[in-house]
Design a protein around this ligand. Structure first.
Ligand code: FES
Ligand code: FES
Length: 172
């Protein structure tokens, strides 16, 4: 029985072929096989959000999904959002607002933050959205709810909200 597969992923715009054990998570494929260590392993159990990346434009916990499930998928990691000297606006806002201390949760926080703004633009409601018929609003309450899957042991939460507000333009 064959326990390995050939998987082709587009990672940060580049096509990458991997021959991997079928049980390899997307997180381990990125970190251990492609050496993209910006994406962090916190809990490896879907509880902390440190491993958040974008797959086909949607955020996902990379520790909870197998790489083989994403054949042909487009993956964006923190390295793909921006680099020193050419930061994504959200990366720059986290620096400006001190949205981190140790930085371990930060790649996941930033990937989630970018996705949150996309979700609001796409009018996707959250658990705290009151009026499902009105356009989704970027409020502090919405940001806190939508970012609740990303834990920060350093407690940089209020500065993270400030960074997201700066990029997205808070409405209340
Ligand atoms: S490492 Fe994936 S959610 Fe914690
Ligand atoms: S900055 Fe340290 S865990 Fe968030």
């Amino acid at each position: 029985m064959n326990h390995t597969s050939r998987v082709t992923l587009t990672v940060n715009g580049e096509s990458r072929d991997l021959d991997i054990d079928n049980r390899t998570t997307l997180l381990d494929a990125l970190r251990e096989h492609l050496h993209l260590t910006g994406t962090k392993k916190g809990c490896d159990h879907g509880q902390c959000g440190a491993c958040t990346v974008m797959v086909d434009g949607r955020r996902i916990n990379a520790c909870l999904t197998l790489a083989v499930m994403h054949e042909g998928g487009e993956i964006t990691t923190i390295e793909g959002l921006g680099q020193p000297g050419n930061l994504h606006p959200m990366q720059a806002a986290f620096v400006k607002h001190d949205g981190f201390q140790c930085g371990y949760c930060t790649p996941g926080q930033i990937c989630s933050s970018v996705a949150v703004l996309e979700e609001i633009r796409a009018n996707i409601p959250s658990h705290v959205t009151k009026d499902l018929n009105a356009p989704a609003q970027l409020t502090a309450v919405e940001v806190r709810e939508r970012m609740s899957g990303n834990l920060c042991r350093c407690g940089a939460y209020s500065n993270i909200v400030d960074a997201i507000a700066d990029v997205g333009g808070l409405t209340a």
